[in-house]
Each structure stands twice: as structure tokens, then as C-alpha cells.
Design a protein around this ligand. Structure first.
Ligand SMILES: Nc1nc2c(ncn2[C@@H]2O[C@H](COP(=O)(O)O[C@H]3[C@@H](O)[C@H](n4cnc5c(=O)[nH]c(N)nc54)O[C@@H]3COP(=O)(O)O)[C@@H](O)[C@H]2O)c(=O)[nH]1
Length: 695
């Protein structure tokens, strides 16, 4: 390693060798060294006594080298040397060079002419001035730290950036002034450069006095004294705050969701990978939860995307509150969230957290000054019980979530073998639903509606069925959401409307016997395509009177006072079509829409009817709904009446119409026609509104 150091042409260098601790010889001397000493290489390749050096020079050198040898340390001294002309004062440093050969000891001699300040010539003085200007005017911060890591120089840029007076900076270490944890770490780095003598780069971040985050990229270069020892560290820092902010922004965009601020899918994957690796090493477990809102699309379509985003943000906050510090929640996209529970087994978090999450949705969400109830379905998979593979765990939690959805709202499902076939089925159904219309596989079933006072059939609800070639008869819960999500509901909805009108025409041939057919409309049918034009076209083509038709919509459609929805409903009402609110009483607590929209019928949800004879609160609620309907002069229909007791109860409370298995299950047209004949009730259906308040 001596050669490159020794060949350096800028310094005078000479390699000395001492044998057996006494005899000293010159091994080599570079050109600068020869000039400075006024000797040639040939003169010196001998014992020093023979060389053309003064006896004082040689004696002092031998003395100093022996001292080096004794404690194997660096020595520095000054000596007057009589060269070829004027005597020169030399600064000499002796640096021991470890030599593997035990009998010889080598020392590197560095020679530098001592130049007192007044001997500087004009050019070196102006050069000094130039460097001084550069340093003092540099936009980069420049500081020097001594061996104790105390600042011994700071340029104006440094003073400006630190916001601390120069007098407070000089003589202090970074951890003393300005101080703080970041500065402690920085000081440790400066000290390591002082110890190891190797250049390093360091990114220093701190908060400015104005509370703004700043960042500097600092090059820490060791500086050596004449003895070759690191005497100080020069720290040149460039302000990269702007770059840092841009870098952070990119990091946020790449790893966080813009709507909720939660980690996104990418970050979720890397966190899950990390947790599984930790669990693998520690023989631990990880729980994965996938949570999806129920009917979010309907809310989004009916209330608009701004409200949808508000809901996502509020829900994210609620989810975060259910979790402990080491648990993790991410938004995967749409209304799908993922939660990672490390060590879930030990702490039984998997038994607890899903329930907390469901409860978090128990309170209504306030959107545009309205209260909206939203529920969520939850699917769970576990590492390592269900799988050791990340992709499998995600797939399994997803299948469990779909299984929860198929059971209804607010459900929790753990992954079980065989569930994945559910997801495959969903994908398969999507492809086949597209062809179902062409293949004539869709069919309308009908369920009669009975007027309670006279016990006569006044109409039927059209309920869609899919005669699937392999899976048999499918009810809407298997495919309506899918149709809504894929947009197929528009085409299917048109088909339903047309078919229902055709049947209404048949069942109302005898003008004396009014039989209304109720058609379910999805909120998606109100978005985009002109629903009213389609309805008018179908009515005209089928010859159906609007009086024979009712449309059933859900409350969610009315919550956002969309002008287009209001216009469509007003036009349908003006045509003579009656409008019913389906599943009334579930989900939404804002009722003022009842006065703003043309609503004619309220259908009380069957969950209330189910408990009406056993639950006092339920009874009170149904009574209140009946009174509300009466005061608004609306027809009231109770859904899901299964027992005579329920029917009697409803009749006593003054409910107008009922529908349920007690009278008839939904069936194909021909079957319903049979029961209609049997009931011999093709008499004139009566409208409570036409009769006043019906009291
Ligand atoms: N957009 C469209 N939605 C539709 C269409 N056809 C149906 N639907 C929606 O699917 C929901 C479920 O329908 P279905 O599975 O047919 O269930 C109906 C009845 O079978 C059931 N019902 C009726 N009486 C009883 C009973 O006594 N007990 C009991 N457990 N269930 C009963 O209720 C459903 C009818 O209820 P409702 O519509 O609320 O009046 C259906 O609710 C529609 O939302 C379509 O063409 N387009």
C-alpha cells in the first residue's frame, strides 16, 4: 500500500527503513523530496551518515525515528535545513508503516516547507482570498468539526440555515447546539468519520424554527494533519428540502390512498409479507380480514361520489379506532378494506376485532346532513392454519367475505375449505348472466298482494328468477348485485319492465278488475339512460296502462336529492304510475324525502313483521309507520306475513295490504293465475287513498 501514497507528486516524501532498531537507511525518495532536500536518489540510497545531509539533520532524524519505533507512534518536528541555496525551515512528520518483516521497521517521512504568513507571495494571498470568498458565499453549508466534534468553523449559509448565531455555534457539538435526537445521530456519524477516516454522506432532517421540515445532504470528509492523523471533519451540506418533499410526495402517492389517507394495496402487500416473515420465524400467527361495505354501489350511485368519498373517510376513521398500534388497515380499492392482525392467536384478536368492526358500523354516518346506515361484510383467513402463501390468504379471506355477503348484511365468515369455489362461481355467473337474456333463461315470478279489510287480491309483485341450465332456479340474491355491479341491470331491468307490462295487460283485460303489477327498479336504472323514455316506449308498445303498474324503489335512491331522480319520479307519477318505497324502515333514518318525492306506497320491511307479535318496540314502530303513512295519505303494505297472528295484528293496527307466504309464495305466472282463480277475487282492487284516509 506504500506505492500509491509514496508516488504522490504534491508532497515531499521519503521512505526510511531502520534495521535492528539502530541503523537507518533511505529506501526511496520522491522528486519533490529530492528538490526540497537538495539531494538526488543516488545520494540517499545508503546509510544516512553517508548522505549529503548535515550531521544535525541526520542525528535528529535518527533520534525521532527511534522514538517512533519505541512507541510505534507518529512524530512531527521542525528543523532548519541547509539545502543547495538558502536554508529552509522544514516541517517533518514521521508516520510508522507497519512492515510484516519483523527485523525491519519502516517509516514514511513527509516534508513540507514552513512558510510564515508574511512570506506568502501575492498570488497565494489572492488565491487564499478567492477560496475564502467561495466558502463564505457558498449557498451550501460548510462547517468544520475538530477532534472533539466541536464546530470550529461555520460559513454564513450554515448560520442562516441553522437560525443560530455564529457565537452559539462555534465550540459546540451538533448535539449541544442546535441539539435534539436527529443531531445526536448526526454527531455519531461525524465521530465515526473522525475515527475511521473514511468519507461518508448523511441525510439530515430537522424542523426549522418556523416548524418547516428541512433536509440537507451532507458530505463528511476527513481532514488530515501533517502526521497523517484525522484532525477534523469538513461537512459540506446541500439543501435538498425540495427534493425531499417531492420524494415524500411520491412515496405517499405510491403507498397511500388519496381518498382516505390509509395505506394502499401496494403497502398492504409489503406489510403482509413482512408480518408473515416475522410470524414464520417466531412460529407465530397472522390474521387477515377483508371488509367490504354492503350495497356501497347503490349509495354511490344514489348519493353521488362526493358523499361516497365522505363515507369512505369516516368509515376509515372508525376502522382505525378498532385497532391496536401494531395492527394495520389499508384500503384495497372501492369499498374494500384489509386489516392485518399480527400475533392474533396469542391475543385472541381474531375473536374480538371482527365484532368490533361490525359494531363500528352500528351508528349512522352523517352525509350531507343526513344520517345513513351502512353495514359491512367481513371475511377472515389465518396464517398458517389456512395457508402459508400470501396470495392464498388474500384469496381465502376474499372468498370468506363473499360467503358472508351471501348470508346477508353485517355478517362475519371465517375461511373454510371449499369456499373458494364461491368466487369461481361468481366469475362464472358473471359470464353467463350476460348470455341469460339471449338464451331466454330469465323469468318473472309473481307474489299476490292482499287487501286486508276485504281479503281480496289487489295486485302482485313481479320477482325475477333465472333458470340457470346447470344451477337450477336462482333467486335475485344470487345475481342482482352482480347485475348492478356489471351494469347488466339496465338491460335486464328493461326486460323485466316489458315482461311485467305484458302480464299486467293480460291480467287487466277485464277493465273492472284492476290488478296492479309492482316492478322493482334498481337505483342504477335511474343513472345514465333515460328511464322515463324507456318506460313510455314499453307502455306504448305493450298497450299497458300506467294505472296497472307500480314501481318499487329503495330509500337510498331518494337520499341525495338528485334533480334527475326527482324529475324521473315526477314524470312516472304524472303518467299515473304509483311509486312504492320498498323495505321501509331499514337503513335510513331521514324521512323528509317522503314529502319531497311523489311517494304513494310504503312497504314495511319483513324484519319488523317477523317480530311484531313478540317485540313491543317493534309493535310501536309499526304503529308509528302506519300512522305516518295514513297522515301522508299513502297506502301501507306489510311484507313477509307468514302467520295468521301477524295478519290479524296488522289488520287491527289498520294496515292496508299484506304480502307473504301466508297467502302465496312467489310463483310462475300460470301458478299465480290458478290461485287468483281459486281465490275468486278478481273484483275491483281498492285504493285506500281513493277512499280518503281509510279510518
Ligand atoms: N332490481 C330488481 N330487483 C329485484 C327484481 N326481482 C326481485 N328483486 C329484488 O330481489 C329481492 C329478493 O326477491 P325474492 O328473493 O324474490 O324475495 C321476495 C319474496 O320471495 C320474499 N318474501 C315474500 N314473502 C315472504 C315471506 O312471507 N317470508 C319470507 N321469508 N320471504 C318472503 O321477499 C321478497 C320480496 O320482498 P320485497 O321486494 O321487499 O317486497 C327483492 O326484495 C327485490 O329487491 C327485479 O326484477 N329487479
Amino acid at each position: 500500500m506504500i506505492a500509491p501514497v509514496f508516488d504522490d507528486k504534491s508532497d515531499a516524501r521519503c521512505l526510511l527503513e531502520m534495521t535492528y532498531g539502530t541503523s537507518l537507511r533511505v529506501v526511496s525518495i520522491n522528486g519533490v523530496g529530492q528538490t526540497l532536500l537538495g539531494v538526488s536518489q543516488g545520494d540517499l540510497i545508503s546509510h544516512l551518515d553517508d548522505a549529503r545531509l548535515t550531521p544535525e539533520f541526520s542525528a535528529r532524524l535518527i533520534d525521532e525515528v527511534q522514538s517512533c519505533f519505541v512507541d510505534n507512534s507518529t512524530r512531527s518536528y521542525q528543523i532548519l535545513h541547509q539545502g543547495q541555496g538558502q536554508p529552509v525551515r522544514l516541517n517533518i512528520s514521521l508516520v510508522p508503516v507497519t512492515d510484516p518483516v519483523a527485523t525491519t521497521y519502516r517509516v514514511l517521512m513527509l516534508l513540507r516547507e514552513y512558510v510564515p504568513f508574511h512570506h506568502f507571495d501575492e498570488s497565494s494571498a489572492s488565491r487564499e482570498q478567492m477560496f475564502c470568498n467561495l466558502v463564505e458565499n457558498s449557498p451550501d453549508t460548510i462547517a468544520r468539526y475538530d477532534r472533539e466534534c466541536r464546530r470550529c468553523y461555520a460559513n454564513p449559509a450554515f448560520v442562516r440555515q441553522s437560525g443560530v448565531a455564529l457565537s452559539r455555534l462555534i465550540g459546540f457539538t451538533p448535539s449541544e447546539v442546535p441539539g435534539g435526537d436527529e443531531m445526536k445521530a448526526y454527531e455519531a456519524r461525524v465521530r465515526s468519520v473522525l475515527e475511521q477516516g473514511a468519507e461518508q454522506q448523511y441525510e439530515l432532517s430537522w424542523l426549522s424554527e418556523e416548524g418547516v421540515e428541512r433536509c440537507s445532504l451532507i458530505r463528511l470528509s476527513p481532514e488530515y494533519d501533517a502526521a497523517g492523523q484525522v484532525s477534523s471533519v469538513l461537512a459540506v451540506g446541500r439543501d435538498i428540502s425540495e427534493v425531499d418533499q417531492y420524494r415524500r410526495r411520491v412515496h405517499v402517492l405510491a403507498n397511500y390512498d388519496a381518498v382516505t389517507g390509509l395505506p394502499n394495496r401496494e403497502m398492504f402487500y409489503s406489510r403482509l409479507r413482512q408480518e408473515i416473515a416475522t410470524a414464520r420465524e417466531a412460529h407465530g400467527s397472522v390474521g387477515l380480514i377483508i371488509l367490504d361495505f354492503d350495497h356501497f354501489k347503490v349509495i354511490n350511485d344514489s348519493l353521488g361520489h362526493v358523499a361516497g368519498d365522505c363515507l369512505l373517510r369516516e368509515a376509515s376513521e372508525r376502522l382505525k379506532h378498532c385497532l391496536q398500534h401494531d395492527e394495520f388497515v389499508a384500503r384495497l380499492g372501492g369499498d374494500e378494506f384489509a386489516i392485518i392482525l399480527p400475533d392474533c392467536h396469542e391475543r385472541d384478536r381474531l375473536g374480538h376485532v371482527p365484532q368490533l368492526l361490525i359494531e363500528a358500523f352500528g351508528e349512522p354516518f352523517e352525509l350531507h346532513e343526513r344520517e345513513i346506515f351502512v353495514t359491512a361484510s367481513i371475511g377472515i383467513s389465518r396464517y398458517p392454519q389456512d395457508s402459508r402463501q400470501i396470495d392464498d390468504l388474500i384469496k381465502y379471506a376474499d372468498s370468506a367475505m363473499y360467503s358472508a355477503k351471501s348470508r346477508g348484511r353485517s355478517e362475519i365468515a371465517y375461511y373454510e375449505k371449499g369456499l373458494t369455489t364461491g368466487v369461481t362461481e361468481r366469475m362464472m355467473l358473471e359470464g353467463e348472466l350476460r348470455k341469460a337474456l339471449e338464451r331466454n333463461e330469465l323469468e318473472l315470478y309473481f307474489q299476490p298482494k292482499i287487501e286486508l279489510v276485504h281479503q281480496i287480491i289487489v295486485g302482485s309483485e313481479a320477482l325475477l328468477r333465472w333458470n340457470h341450465p346447470q344451477l337450477g332456479l336462482l333467486t335475485p340474491d344470487r345475481f342482482i348485485t352482480l347485475a348492478e355491479e356489471t351494469g347488466l341491470i339496465i338491460e335486464i331491468g328493461d326486460w323485466v319492465f316489458r315482461r311485467a307490462c305484458e302480464v299486467a295487460v293480460e291480467w287487466n283485460r277485464d277493465e273492472q278488475k284492476l290488478h296492479t303489477v309492482a316492478i322493482n327498479l334498481s337505483p342504477r336504472q335511474f343513472v345514465g339512460k333515460d328511464l322515463v323514455s324507456t318506460v313510455c316506449e314499453i307502455l306504448e308498445q305493450t298497450g299497458c296502462s300506467p294505472r296497472w303498474i307500480e314501481v318499487e324503489i329503495t330509500e337510498s335512491l331518494l337520499l341525495d336529492d338528485q334533480p334527475s331522480t326527482r324529475r324521473a319520479l315526477n314524470k312516472l307519477s304524472e303518467l299515473g304510475i304509483r311509486i312504492a318505497i320498498d323495505d321501509f324502515g331499514t337503513g335510513y333514518s331521514a324521512l323528509n324525502y317522503l314529502t319531497r318525492f311523489p311517494i304513494h306506497i310504503l312497504k314495511i320491511d319483513r324484519s319488523f313483521i317477523e317480530r311484531i307479535t313478540t317485540d313491543r318496540n317493534c309493535e310501536k314502530l309499526v304503529k308509528a309507520i302506519i300512522n305516518l303513512a295514513r297522515s301522508l295519505r299513502m297506502t301501507l303494505v306489510a311484507e313477509g306475513v307468514e302467520t295468521k297472528a301477524q295478519a290479524l295484528f296488522l289488520e287491527n293496527l289498520g294496515c292496508h295490504q299484506v304480502q307473504g307466504y301466508l297467502y302465496a309464495r312467489p310463483g310462475p305466472k300460470s301458478e299465480i293465475e290458478g290461485s287468483l282463480l281459486n281465490l275468486a277475487s278478481w273484483t275491483l282492487g281498492r285504493d285506500y287513498r281513493d277512499e280518503g284516509d281509510g279510518e
